[in-house]
Ligand binder design. Structure first.
Ligand code: ARG
Length: 568
């Protein structure tokens, strides 16, 4: 499709001493479409041209030569507003859609580039909590977004399957293992063991010593410790898998922290060589005071490694095995310091500059619960699969009320319920704390997943009623240049840019917001216009429009990790 911003920048560049790229970056899209489709803010030139913005706008208007893409220009305040030829945009959009269909909006910009997305990463023998759900949902969406832009995305579940807590768990299991039924309810039972042994450690220093010993033994490859660790890992993973299955997620790699055990000596050696690894109270650290940060602990005083060391080993491994452009770490903002430290120390590793520059923490805010509404156990340890099944049962209640005769009710309830949770998670800027409120996320008329799904289903039923989708040649663009249609067309035109922006900012909410706008634009269009039963030319044009909207809503939801029902 034509890049219209760029076309306008080219026109202006003939009269102004600035590069096309720079001019293009100034161009805005007015909120109010009666102010034109694009606006050039002339105050950006005021300093250079030593004139008032209004004057510059007026002069530019006289000087520039318009082409067939632009209907007219107008001066409003310090802006020069451009009105694009409606027929031209409609033609561009429908031809592009005809060519790419469900790939409409995709690109090849990432071709040949690898991008590692490190997300989810719950901890073995600990609850998969709602913060991990956020990481999972955001990460899975970024994975799809980058794929759609042609990147080779690689998803890694950097499981928390190593660390001193395993020393404790092993000790607890040794002492009281047969009192707990960890096979049938692993995470809950292991958590109980963990709480009990932690308490015992506080009361008796010698037990703590035993625990430390166990972890040391585990790192040294002791068979008994290794076997127990494997058991805890397998059982926990099985339980996590239930959540991944519900969400329809799988990982390209489940290499967790433990995977790097044998890869850490090399890291320590590299850091030794850099001359920056220093002894401090028996431990080995990298001092980061000059960066205003606490030191990064590489080896603890008892000789064991740390979370940080394992992340460094993972970076080197990923550089060698994935040749990444970027690694995105989708992890809560509580870990800001950790990633700042690790990225800083990574600069000391013996690897290409490219890999040192490609490290990005993608932080997100906390989830706040509207209390009382959700079943909680043991304080804040909420069972995620319970949340998800509650979402499904609530969705199925709504369906029962609204459409009791629907076929495949269970299937639909699943898509709607899970879709509601995911959409809610991705609707606001990720850094904002999120409120978890059933009534808001399951409101079919609100800014929600179910609403977008509902509008999608609408488009489907229109097409089903008509019984066909017209061919491109059958569409007379004159029939869809009214305001309601044009609002839709312009949104469709910007779908590709929206996805790019979502990737640039690593912000799936840009897509979810877009989908609400598109769904609402279609809803207004549909309220004003008949489709099936109109004169053939009008019917065809509107059907084509509806089909494009349906396809983009489906693809957009898909990029968020949400499935659509065909009926609801
Ligand atoms: N397991 C960690 C946690 O639950 C998250 C790991 C994130 N990924 C990483 N490479 N550090 O807090």
């Amino acid at each position: 499709m034509k890049n219209l911003k760029n076309e306008i920048a080219k026109i202006i560049s003939k009269e102004v001493q600035l590069s096309i790229e720079e001019l293009e970056s100034f161009i805005e899209i007015p909120k109010d479409s009666t102010m034109g489709d694009y606006a050039f803010p002339c105050f950006k030139l005021a300093k250079q041209m030593r004139k008032a913005p209004q004057m510059i706008a007026a002069e530019l208007k006289e000087k520039i030569t318009l082409d067939e893409n632009i209907e007219k220009v107008e001066v409003v305040g310090g802006y020069l507003n451009f009105y694009i030829s409606k027929k031209m945009i409609v033609q561009e959009v429908i031809e592009e859609f005809n060519k790419k269909q469900e790939k409409f909006g995709s690109s090849e910009e990432g071709k040949g580039k690898n991008i590692v997305i490190d997300y989810s990463a719950p901890n073995i023998a600990k609850p998969f909590h709602i913060g991990h759900l956020r990481s999972t949902v955001i990460g899975a969406s970024l994975y799809k977004i980058y794929k759609f832009l042609g990147y080779n995305s690689i998803s890694v579940n950097h499981l928390g399957d190593w660390g001193t807590q395993f020393g404790k768990l092993i000790e607890g299991y040794k002492r009281w293992g047969d009192e707990y039924d960890i096979d049938s309810n692993p995470i809950e039972e292991l958590t109980k063991i963990y709480v009990r042994i932690s308490k015992a450690c506080k009361e008796d220093e010698s037990i703590l010593e035993e625990c430390r010993n166990n972890f040391k033994k585990l790192e040294d490859g002791d068979p008994y410790c290794k076997e127990l660790w494997q058991k805890f890992r397998d059982l926990s993973l099985q339980e996590f898998q239930r959540v991944y299955d519900i969400l329809g997620i799988s990982f390209d790699s489940n290499n967790g922290e433990a995977f790097y055990t044998d890869k850490m000596p090399e890291i320590v050696e590299m850091l030794e060589k850099s001359g920056k690894l220093v002894k401090s109270q028996g431990a080995k650290i990298i001092d980061l005071e000059h960066k205003g940060m606490a030191p990064c602990m590489i080896i603890k005083s008892d000789g064991t490694t740390t979370y940080d060391t394992r992340d460094l080993a993972a970076i080197l491994y990923r550089a060698r095995n994935y040749d990444y452009e970027k690694i995105l770490y989708v992890v809560a903002y509580e870990q800001n310091l950790h990633f700042n430290q690790v990225f800083e120390v990574a600069q000391l590793l013996d690897m290409d500059e490219k890999y040192k520059k490609g490290l990005y923490h993608i932080p997100f805010g906390m989830v706040r619960l509207k209390t009382g509404k959700m079943s909680t156990r043991e304080g804040n340890a909420i069972k995620l699969d319970e949340i998800l099944s509650e979402a499904v049962s609530r969705a199925s209640k709504v369906i029962e009320e609204k459409n009791p005769n629907l076929e495949n009710k269970e299937e639909v309830a699943k898509k709607v319920g899970i879709g509601a949770v995911i959409f809610n998670d991705l609707y606001n800027n990720r850094i904002k704390d999120e409120v978890f409120d059933w009534d808001i996320m399951l409101n079919f008329a609100g800014e929600t997943g179910p609403y977008v799904q509902y509008i999608y289903v609408r488009t489907k039923s229109i097409i089903e009623k008509a019984g066909y989708v017209p061919k491109l040649e059958e569409v007379n663009v004159e029939k869809i240049i009214d305001n309601a249609s044009m609002n839709i067309i312009k949104l469709l035109y910007s779908f590709g840019d929206t996805i790019k922006m979502a990737a640039d900012k690593n912000e799936p909410s840009i897509i979810s917001r877009y989908l609400i706008d598109l769904a609402q634009a279609f809803s207004s269009f549909y309220a004003e216009n008949h489709i099936v039963g109109e004169e053939k030319e009008i019917q065809d044009a509107r059907l084509y429009l509806s089909n494009m909207v349906g396809s983009v809503l489906k693809q957009g939801l898909n990029l968020l990790g949400i499935e659509v029902p065909e009926k609801m």
